[in-house]
Design a protein around this ligand. Structure first.
Ligand SMILES: Nc1nc2c(c(=O)[nH]1)N[C@H]1C(S)=C(S)[C@@H](COP(=O)(O)O)O[C@H]1N2
Ligand SMILES: [Mo]
Length: 248
């Protein structure tokens, strides 16, 4: 993949695979061979860091794996960064709801906003401290749509056409689960899943679906993309994916 902007030349396109699961760690990424698809000069640095956890040393812990700069890695299971303008963006709320809705970006911006600043933690070990997110509470959206009594879970789909995630209804109603349209003081970039992504603060990053396009109320939890590939469905930071005994 060729970088289309200088900014993208610093992007690490990677995919988690065979997840790091505590002491059972086998981390892999794929793309160009084993490593994630990387473009541009900075990327090779990203590659070596990204591949560091494959070494045996990491099997006993995550400390060696934290990137020095504390930066995000950009993940996309499709190998692409799908683009959608704020004007073209639509979020469909469907399934077991009284009032199915299709919301525009402006609709979301017109709702009460909430913000929070928290560390962003990927299950593979990297963490970015103090990330500021802005968006609307998921429960606010659910209340607008009117959740039917038969609904027990929420399924999230993405306009990359491949990724999905889920939460139980109880998890979805937490105050720290938001449909985010702002990050670090600006909008959410294409690389980070803009214009709108999910942000599930208490759980590992894989729950925070990027390029969010669908919220479907379901009668049971439907496993998401990585969950079908071995991740825990409940992704509490520090208490899932074999991490119960790991300081986070
Ligand atoms: N659509 C989509 N959402 C996704 C992913 C993905 O590959 N595709 N990766 C997940 C994982 S494993 C993590 S850690 C975060 C990474 O967010 P970032 O790419 O903004 O750093 O996004 C999550 N949401
Ligand atoms: Mo992740």
């Amino acid at each position: 993949m060729e970088p289309s902007t200088p900014e993208e030349a610093e992007v690490v396109l990677a995919d988690e695979r065979d997840v790091a699961v505590g002491r059972r760690v086998i981390l892999g990424m794929f793309g160009l061979g084993i490593g994630g698809v990387l473009v541009g000069a900075k990327v090779s640095r990203g590659v070596s860091k990204a591949l560091a956890p494959i070494t045996a040393a990491d099997r006993t812990g995550l400390s060696d794996f934290l990137p020095a700069g504390g930066g995000f890695r950009i993940y996309t299971v499709t190998g692409t960064l799908p683009a959608k303008s704020e004007g073209a963006y639509r979020l469909e709320v469907s399934g077991l709801v009284e009032r199915p809705m299709t919301l525009t970006f402006a609709d979301l911006k017109a709702m009460p906003a909430t913000s929070m600043t928290k560390d962003f933690q990927c299950v593979t070990g990297w963490r970015v401290e103090d990330v500021k997110w802005v968006g609307v509470r998921l429960w606010d959206l659910l209340d607008r749509a009117g959740v039917k009594p038969a609904a027990k879970a929420v399924r999230f789909t993405c306009f990359d056409g491949a990724y999905s995630e889920s939460l139980t209804l109880e998890q979805a109603r937490r105050d720290d689960v938001i449909v985010a349209y702002g990050m670090q003081g600006g909008g959410i970039s294409k690389a980070h899943g803009g214009p709108v992504r999910l942000y599930v603060a208490p759980m590992y990053g894989y729950k925070s679906a990027k390029w969010l396009s669908g919220i479907e109320l379901t009668d049971r939890v439907v496993e998401g993309y990585w969950e079908r590939r071995g991740y825990d469905v409940d992704a509490w930071i520090g208490k899932s994916n074999g991490r119960d005994d790991e300081p986070v």
